[in-house]
Write a protein that binds this ligand. Structure first.
Ligand SMILES: [Zn+2]
Length: 143
């Protein structure tokens, strides 16, 4: 028996439904082949997990507790009180004030960071520059 055939028959071997000849062939191969015996262990583990999962019982009170909590939520919403008028006005005034403050701060930040010195002051190197050696644009335009 080769590995492919053995692994194909592993499920049936696990369930004990293989005919006698095939079953002994699978057992012989599992004794010889390490890879197939590992697969056989995995199949056994998977079957055990599935069997455990099937035997799990659900908590009968879970549904009752969930439904009770949902009922409580409904009762709380029935007792919900609307927000008073002055709180609504206060809230909208606070939002408007926040927006105005944000715009004002943005404008102030922009004004403080404008480079005003570079337009009025010349760099020190420019004051030492000799204008006499530079050619005049007027002189060039006459040619
Ligand atoms: Zn094998």
């Amino acid at each position: 028996m080769n590995c492919r055939l053995c692994q194909k028959e592993l499920d049936a071997y696990q369930e004990g439904v293989l005919p006698e000849g095939t079953r002994s062939q699978v057992e012989n191969h599992l004794g010889e082949c390490k890879e197939c015996s590992e697969s056989f262990k995995l199949v056994g583990l998977a079957n055990k997990v599935m069997a455990d999962e099937k035997s799990m019982q659900s908590n009968p009170f879970l549904v009752t507790r969930i439904m009770a909590n949902i009922g409580e939520l409904g009762n709380n919403q029935a007792g919900y009180q609307p927000i008073p008028f002055y709180q609504k006005v206060l809230k909208s005034a606070l939002v408007a004030f926040s927006v105005a403050a944000a715009i004002f701060l943005g404008i102030m930040e922009g004004n403080f960071n404008t480079p005003t010195q570079s337009t009025t002051k010349l760099p020190v190197e420019m004051t030492y520059m000799n204008d006499v050696v530079l050619e005049s644009v007027d002189l060039l335009s006459q040619i």
